[in-house]
Design a protein around this ligand. Structure first.
Ligand SMILES: [Zn+2]
Ligand SMILES: [Zn+2]
Ligand SMILES: [Zn+2]
Length: 323
């Protein structure tokens, strides 16, 4: 059970989740190594809570081997669904998307088909939470590599659904609303059009998606993936678009892997808050944040990031990477 606290000066919200101290120690700091028995490997299904979604042959029993992708509640949740009703006792959902039955550690190793199955898991879980009125926002995110916060090496991503709108999402939504009011168009649509015209920050594209380095990246080689048409919610993505998203995500992550021997990275999906279906000002997107340099004292003290790689140069390097 997490407890939600809000700082009266800044409005900053924190979740106090004391039980998470018992989870596996971070990789590379005496924690589980790749060769140790791993609770996410096929055959170890009993070591996780029962699955809530899986891609497995029709009729095959749950929580047994045979799956391609499996979603289970987080064993060490930051938040859980059964809130006590106390104002500060935050109710939420915390799930793990186990992305392969085999002990792989780099998502870039996957086939496009495997990426596609992972994206189906994201869409299905986001859609399932959409009508839970206790929840306000659901974030799908990935930490790959110890320096990006991964505690287990086996490829996985997570979904954390919150009973409130987190501050940075609220700020982005508010900015998008203001941009729309001032310009009568969506900021993200305009960003893509500008990138295509100028070409400098463009990474790659396919029929349904574009990948670009944003104008004001916080991190070196930060890359965003956006649907080319104006879509507000990730779970509106139909099957053929998901297949194209799988293709472009795989391509971008493989390009990124060539920049510096598979750097650690985080990515997350920014989509409309739960319960909202469409908005002219908001366009869902994936932000990929490589962790090549570390956020440190200056960044924590000011919220201002120092980025040594200009996005035009980053995009050029990503375009030129041989994959
Ligand atoms: Zn494993
Ligand atoms: Zn748009
Ligand atoms: Zn965003």
């Amino acid at each position: 059970m997490g407890e939600l606290r809000k700082d009266p000066l800044t409005g900053r919200q924190v979740i106090i989740a004391a039980g998470r101290a018992e989870r596996p120690r971070p990789l590379g700091h005496g924690g589980a190594e790749a060769t140790e028995p791993c609770p996410f490997c096929a055959g170890h299904e009993a070591e996780t809570p029962p699955e809530v979604w899986s891609d497995r042959p029709a009729g095959s029993p749950a929580d047994r081997p045979g799956w391609n992708v499996r979603v289970v509640p987080n064993k060490y949740p930051a938040l859980t669904r059964d809130g006590s009703g106390k104002e500060s006792q935050a109710s939420g959902v915390h799930e793990v998307i186990i992305e392969s039955p085999a002990h792989l550690t780099q998502i870039g190793q996957f086939s496009t088909e495997q990426f596609n199955t992972i994206l189906h898991a994201y869409r299905s879980r986001l859609a399932a939470l959409r009508n839970d009125h206790r929840l306000r926002y659901a974030l799908v995110y990935k930490n790959q590599g110890a320096d990006a916060g991964a505690t287990l090496p086996h490829v996985h991503s997570q979904l954390l659904a919150l009973p409130f709108l987190p501050e940075s999402v609220a700020t982005e939504l508010q900015g998008a609303k203001q941009f729309f009011a001032a310009n009568q168009r969506c900021y993200f649509c305009a960003l893509m059009d500008g990138t295509v015209e100028d070409g400098g920050r463009y990474v790659t594209a396919n029929q349904d998606f574009a990948a670009l380095c944003p104008d004001t990246p916080r991190f070196a080689f930060e890359t965003w993936i956006l649907p080319k048409i104006h879509w507000s919610c990730f779970d509106q993505c139909h099957d053929s678009a998901l297949a194209n998203l799988a293709q472009i995500m795989r391509e971008v992550l493989r390009r990124l892997g060539r920049i510096q021997d598979n750097p650690p990275f985080n990515y997350f999906i920014h989509t409309l808050p739960l319960g909202e279906a469409a908005a002219p000002h908001y366009h869902w997107h994936i932000e990929i944040l490589p962790q090549i340099g570390r956020a440190a004292g200056f960044e924590w003290g000011t919220g201002v990031h120092i980025n040594a790689v200009a996005p035009e140069h980053a995009a050029q390097r990503l375009r030129d990477a041989v994959i």
